[in-house]
Design a protein around this ligand. Structure first.
Ligand code: AMP
Ligand code: MG
Length: 538
């Protein structure tokens, strides 16, 4: 038995070994002063997080902590709080902000960068996974432009909860370790209407193998800096796509194909669970195919492909729910343009982009089949699906509840009256009284067509239900739920944040003690700020 020596640290944070490949392998900004500037020929700038006056731990993710080798005791320690609010550095941490650019709302926006994110360093967990730790909201960097580098509690609660909810839903995402209030106020004009207010500041520690975005490559290409572009691409492939082999023209193409593939998987999952990113700009599109940068995102309550939660995008609705697949392709086109100088073969890149349509369609067809409990998506299912989308628009229909309760309709129900057939689904309608007799007839007819299709597959009701419930969540992070948790947290009660975190640990399971969180959006939340309308101001 090994003897426990006095030197062994009781707090596992002190045993972390940092391996900061990003800053070791990529060119640094030689300027270390913390002032706004254009940073040329470098992938990052060294920075120091801002000190918080009175940090307080609001929540942490047990699963993320465990992956990083931390116990509950470690997470509740004073050291944890000081480190993840940015007040204290662990040995080996070398804080830096990344330089990147991006297309925002369809236009090239030039240099953006980590304006309010500070990377602390990278560790490799016992599972062998590399994790970069990043504070969001811990002060100014050279990339802060006209803003303050800070984050308010409301946006931090949303980022923290959604990161972990998405993880448990099985959607590729960056993660969140902790949510800590700073004790300092932050001024925000939430709706850009000239009424700025003081709000509590907070810092989320985000975690991901890498926070590189499509905009990370675009910036060097836009500046004609092919050398740094190549260094960054080679580093990305070596570190995160090592199975592709030695960097070279073919490897770059294979890499682009894999980025497309991963992006398709991510967007299919968004469409599956009813997630709307809200600001799906290229600087908010991860090269690893992770959902990144939770800002004015939202969850579909009533099914509406034209809905966007982002008030900043209310006129054009560029990032509406139903447009996300097309936008992902547009973003990937920008990436193709960005890496073109390394490949010099437009045709090859164009082929991959054209294939993206097929790649996405195939994945989406399989997902649509899964959501309906079908073995595979047959050509005739397109019509069935389109008719389903039409009937979901006849009266406000909760998307999550519709799919979940569709699993409760039985093949035997086919011979029942329309009302009996519809009864398991009535809970999904926001105003059941708004359904006319004709609407009900259409829905019943669709249900019969659906059940006939299910019968063709020869799968039992029970098996179909199990299959459907594994992809159609019972619980999603409904917009109003987060807002209620935020309202309480702003009054000093963080219990609902932790309760929602707990609910979202098992989004596909029946959790009788949490039944209320599966209910559709209450009427008071329909047009309430934070519940359906969000701005980029956070
Ligand atoms: P977003 O659309 O939220 O992803 O942000 C776009 C750009 O604005 C990124 O470069 C962010 O780092 C930056 N940004 C957003 N909010 C702030 C802030 N409060 N302070 C500094 N930079 C910010
Ligand atoms: Mg962003």
């Amino acid at each position: 038995m090994t003897q426990i020596t006095e030197k062994q640290n009781t707090n596992n944070l002190l045993n972390w070994q940092f391996d900061n490949q990003f800053i070791q392998r990529l060119p640094a900004d030689p300027e270390t002063g913390n002032f706004r500037r254009q940073v040329l020929g470098a992938c990052f700038s060294y920075v120091t997080p801002k000190k918080a006056s009175s940090p307080s731990l609001i929540a942490y993710s047990v699963e993320m902590a465990e992956e990083l080798g931390l116990t509950d005791q470690d997470c509740q320690s004073e050291l944890f709080k000081q480190v993840f609010v940015g007040n204290q550095k662990l040995k080996g941490m070398q804080p830096y902000a990344q330089c990147y650019g991006g297309h925002q709302f369809g236009n090239w926006a030039g240099q953006l960068g980590d304006g309010r994110a500070i990377n602390l360093g990278e560790i490799i967990s016992d599972s062998g996974q590399r994790w970069c730790l990043q504070l969001k909201g811990s002060g100014e960097t050279p990339y802060s432009r006209s803003a303050d580098g800070l984050a308010v509690l409301r946006s931090s609660v949303r980022e923290f909860l959604c990161s972990e909810a998405m993880y448990h839903l099985g959607v590729p995402t960056t993660r969140a370790l902790s949510l800590i209030t700073t004790g300092d106020d932050v001024i925000r004009d939430m709706f850009y209407d000239g009424r700025p207010q003081s709000e509590p500041g907070a810092v989320v520690c985000r975690v991901a193998p890498s926070f590189l975005r499509l905009g990370s490559y675009e910036i060097f290409s836009a500046r004609g800096d092919s050398e740094t572009l190549k260094t960054l691409v080679d580093y990305t492939i070596d570190s995160f796509f090592p199975h592709l082999g030695t960097p070279g023209k073919q490897t770059y193409l294979d890499w682009f194909r894999e980025v497309c593939e991963r992006t398709a998987d991510m967007v299919v999952d968004w469409m599956r669970v009813g997630f709307v990113h809200g600001v799906f700009n290229t600087d908010n599109t991860s090269v690893l195919g992770l959902t990144i940068d939770y800002g004015p995102y939202g969850w579909i309550d009533d099914y509406d492909p034209n809905w966007t939660p982002n008030t900043t995008d209310a006129a054009e609705k560029r990032y509406r729910f139903g447009a996300q697949p097309q936008i992902s392709q547009w973003n990937l086109l920008q990436m193709a343009n960005a890496i073109y100088p390394l490949i010099d073969d437009a045709e090859a890149l164009r082929n991959i982009l054209n294939d993206y349509v097929t790649v996405y369609t195939d994945k989406w067809q399989q997902m649509r089949a899964d959501k309906l409990g079908l073995a595979e998506f047959k050509a005739a299912d397109e019509e069935l699906h389109q008719e389903m989308n039409r009937i979901m628009l006849l009266a406000e229909t909760d998307m999550t509840l519709f799919y979940r309760h569709l699993a409760d309709v039985s093949i035997e129900d086919k011979n029942k009256t329309d009302d009996e057939l519809l009864s398991p689904l009535m809970v999904a309608f926001y105003s059941p009284d708004a359904l006319s007799q004709a609407d009900k007839k259409d829905i019943a007819q669709w249900l019969k067509a659906y059940l006939s299709r299910v019968e063709e597959d020869g799968i039992s009701d029970e098996k179909r239900k199990t299959k459907m419930n594994a992809v159609n969540p019972k619980y999603v992070l409904r917009n109003y739920l987060s807002q209620v948790a935020i309202d309480k947290a702003e009054q000093g009660d963080s219990s609902l944040i932790n309760e929602l975190l707990d609910v979202m640990r098992h989004p596909y399971d029946e959790q009788p003690q949490y039944e209320q969180y599966a209910a559709k959006r209450p009427d008071w939340a329909r047009n309430k700020p934070g519940c359906s309308m969000l701005s980029c101001s956070s």
